[in-house]
Structure formats: structure tokens, C-alpha cells
Design a binder for this molecule. Structure first.
Ligand code: GDP
Ligand code: MN
Length: 352
């Protein structure tokens, strides 16, 4: 239980909302969402909250990505919601999105059979594997994103509970941050069995890429001895939940991260296992970036079902209705309540 208010980061250079958002010197940033045409309504529900809590004061552009072409209905729906805004609707090159022909079908079948047995979600859904691979190593190379440095990833159907009274992108920029998260937790060990061993192989060939101030304890902590990380070869599975993230794409475009991604990709684990973009981003950040450049946005009230980050702040309202926003009587984000989902308060965030 926390009595201390968590309204804003404790720095003195917060950029407050401009008088006129249409005439504002924005950071080089975009809101970013990957979505399918049928997710239009969920995208709208989340954008309404992002606008209400933050972006109607700053008017940052939105980039919508899809492996298919966006339908006219999707485009019209968003344009009606955000008239006059800078909006980009982009398809992803199938050569980038689709499973590479080098993936061994038999090995893939075996991998999926194991994942199914272990009840790992989305095992058999090829599009999910494509999505994880795309967000791990390819989104920041999309031609439309080339001109942007910062992105705020959001997902259809996620909820934002609290007013944000400062420019998050400028906060990142002015305080020399690379990456911001709201939720950090453990992952399913079975989905990433060879991610860490493969990474150690890469590191033994490229030791110069390791950042001396990486988040090594976080990457290797031992579940408080409760749950040995035997399946992962030593990776704690601690990861930033990447369905919300604010990041500097120049980090992902940099040699250490991108070469490492190419190496991972060449080993096929996005298909033979179910490597998620969340552990991939997190291991990359933990190894190749200064830990002090990773920021926990404790002040951002956020929910992606079933987990949430709920600060103790009177800038937060009680939960808003949204699709898939949890069970009746589920978590609420109300003043004076500092809530964590189960697992969440154990260890993975204690480093931040
Ligand atoms: P989960 O959060 O791990 O359960 O995965 P989601 O189903 O929420 O997918 C993560 C993000 O990728 C969401 O923004 C989805 O809208 C998007 N996404 C997932 N699969 C696809 C796909 O096949 N095509 C497109 N266009 N978007 C996808
Ligand atoms: Mn999701």
C-alpha cells in the first residue's frame, strides 16, 4: 500500500501542454498500432482514451500498420475520429511479414506440438508468430517509420486510466531515456527455451556489444528461488510488457540490437518456438543499453487485460468500459489504491 502520490516523474523539465496543440513544436514521434481491419472498434476505444488523457493536448501523429491493406471502412472510421490529424495507414510488405522459406517445416511441426502440449497460447497461429517476429525486428525498418525517432506502441482494446499532463516524448528526449514501460512480468519459459542460449552464442562472438551498465540482474534473477529457470538456460523471463512501450527506434536500428535480431532470426526460434517480441525487446535492452535509460512509467495508468498498472494519483479515474477490459469486479484504478496484478509485484520491477 502506497500513500505517496505518483503523478509524474520527479524531474524539473517536464513539458506542459501548449496553449495551441495545432501549433506546437513536437518531438519526432508517432503513436503506433498494428491492427487488423476487424479491430477497428477496439482501436477507436483505445484512441479515445489516449486522446482524452494525453494526445488532444499535443496532436502527435498516428501510424497504423497492417499485414493486409486497410479497408476504406477502417480508414474512414479513424479519420472521422481524428479529423485534421496527421494519420498514416500502411501495409507491411509480405516479404517482411511472412514466414521465411528457410523455416524447416518438420522442425516447426515438432516445435508447435511441444508448445501445444505445454498449453502455450497462439502456438498454432502462424500470424501470431509473424507478428512477434515483425515487432521484434522489423517494425522500425518500415519505410513510413523511417522519418520518426520515437514511437508509442499501443494495442486495440487497451485502457488508459490517468491524465498525463506532460509531453511523454519530450520527457524521454530531455531525460536521455531510450525506452519506457508500464508493466514488467515473467514469461512462459517453454515459449523461449533457446532464446537465451542463442543470445549467449551471439554474445560470445560479439562481446563488444554488451553495455557495461546493462540490466544483468534483472535478466538473470532467479524467481526468488520459487521457480527455477531451468527451461530457459538462465534467463529470468523478466520482460517489459511490450503492448505498451515508448521507445527510441534508433536503439533498435543500432548495430548491436539489429545484428542480434538477424542472428536470432537465422536460428528460426520465432517459428520453432514462440519467441515473443516482449522478451526479445527486453533482452536486447537489458544487454545493449544502459539500465538507467530504461524508465518505468509508474504514473501511467494502463491496462492490457488481465494486467494493469494503477498509480496512486487523483489524475486517475475509475476503470473505463472497453472491450475485453476485464471481469466484472476485476481490478479498478481508483484514488488511493496502488494495485498490481499477481506476479507483478514479486520481482521483475523491483529493479526499477
Ligand atoms: P497478445 O496481446 O499477445 O494477446 O496479442 P494480440 O492479439 O493483442 O496482438 C498483438 C498486436 O498485434 C495487436 O495490436 C494486434 O492487433 C496485432 N496483431 C496480431 N496479429 C495480427 C495480424 O495477423 N495482423 C495484424 N494486422 N495485426 C495483428
Ligand atoms: Mn494484446
Amino acid at each position: 500500500y502506497l500513500t505517496q502520490k505518483i503523478d509524474e516523474p520527479k524531474v524539473d523539465n517536464l513539458v506542459k501542454p501548449p496553449a495551441d496543440p495545432s501549433n506546437y513544436d513536437r518531438a519526432n514521434a508517432t503513436l503506433l498500432v498494428l491492427a487488423r481491419n476487424r479491430e477497428l472498434n477496439k482501436v477507436i476505444v483505445t484512441i479515445q482514451q489516449i486522446e482524452d488523457k494525453f494526445n488532444n493536448k499535443y496532436h502527435y501523429p498516428y501510424t497504423f500498420l497492417n499485414d493486409a491493406e486497410f479497408s476504406q471502412k477502417f480508414i474512414n472510421g479513424i479519420k472521422a475520429l481524428l479529423p485534421g490529424r496527421e494519420l498514416y495507414f500502411e501495409a507491411i510488405d509480405p516479404k517482411i511479414w511472412k514466414k521465411p522459406s528457410t523455416i524447416d517445416k518438420e522442425k516447426e511441426r515438432e516445435g508447435i506440438a511441444y508448445l501445444k502440449e505445454e498449453k502455450i497460447g497462439y502456438s498454432e497461429m502462424e500470424s501470431y508468430h509473424n507478428m512477434c517476429r515483425f515487432y521484434s525486428g522489423n517494425f522500425y525498418k518500415h519505410p513510413r517509420l523511417a522519418k520518426f525517432k520515437w514511437y508509442w506502441r499501443f494495442e486495440p482494446g487497451t485502457n488508459y486510466f490517468c491524465k498525463i499532463d506532460y509531453d511523454l516524448f519530450k520527457f524521454m528526449e530531455m531525460n536521455n531515456k531510450t525506452y519506457g514501460f508500464t508493466i514488467s512480468l515473467y514469461d512462459a519459459q517453454q515459449s523461449i527455451k533457446t532464446l537465451w542460449p542463442t543470445t549467449l552464442e551471439f554474445l560470445s562472438q560479439n562481446p563488444q556489444y554488451l553495455h557495461p551498465n546493462g540490466a544483468f540482474n534483472w535478466l538473470t534473477e532467479d524467481f526468488m528461488n520459487k521457480k527455477k529457470t531451468t527451461e530457459t538456460g538462465g534467463y529470468s523471463t523478466c520482460h517489459f510488457w511490450s503492448n505498451f512501450e515508448i521507445g527510441n527506434m534508433d536503439f533498435f536500428r543500432s548495430e548491436p540490437y539489429d545484428n542480434w535480431f538477424q542472428y536470432l532470426d537465422s536460428k528460426g526460434g520465432f517459428y520453432y518456438e514462440r519467441w515473443g517480441d516482449a522478451p526479445v525487446h527486453s533482452v536486447g535492452l537489458g544487454l545493449f543499453e544502459d539500465k538507467s535509460k530504461i524508465h518505468w512509467f509508474r504514473d501511467i495508468g494502463y491496462e492490457h487485460y488481465p494486467y494493469y498498472n494503477c498509480p496512486n494519483s487523483d489524475k486517475c479515474n475509475t476503470r473505463e468500459p472497453g472491450p475485453k477490459s476485464g471481469k466484472l469486479g476485476g481490478p479498478v484504478c481508483e484514488v488511493g489504491k496502488f494495485s498490481f496484478p499477481h506476479l507483478y509485484d514479486q520481482n521483475c520491477v523491483s529493479n526499477w
